[in-house]
Design a protein around this ligand. Sequence first.
Ligand code: ADP
Length: 168
Amino acid sequence: MKLELIRGDIANQPDMDAIVNAANAQLRTGGGVAGAIHRAAGPGLEEECRPLAPIQPGQAVITGAHQLPNKYVIHCLGPVYGRDKPSDKLLAACYKNALKLAEEHRLRSIAFPAISTGVFGYPLDDAAEVAVSTIQEMTGTLEHLETIRMVLFSERDLQAFHRQVAGK
Ligand code: ADP
């Protein structure tokens, strides 16, 4: 399994089987990642999401990708930092549950944004530590996934993830 770190837009990862949405509980469009994904997917995505909502912090659900170039969207509800506790366990559950869904669907590639680090206020370095360590812990259980890509929006976010992978 290869863990890639890139700077980019989660809604523009055409070579990935699935992209992960940093969703809200209602699985509606919004700002940040959810807005970018729903805009690119078109209204069919919200329609498919409606009967699956609401979801709980740490939970993940899978849908089709509609007008996106991927096969699936996996929607994760990250913890709101300082409100949904324990935040680290809930954030780790997002990554675990998303990876489990990807495995169940025999996907070979998945791209994640930095869940909870935008509007939900999770400190970047702490979120990067949880994300990288959870992915590394799950590696031994993955049979189908070959590529896990973290898509970071800013250079600062990318550097924070690089530091975690380097163990610094
Ligand atoms: P949350 O509500 O889980 O905090 P956000 O969408 O507000 O989710 O932000 C999560 C992270 O994704 C933030 O670091 C934000 O800068 C980043 N981000 C925003 N838009 C995009 C995008 N189109 N592609 C990748 N990352 C994005």
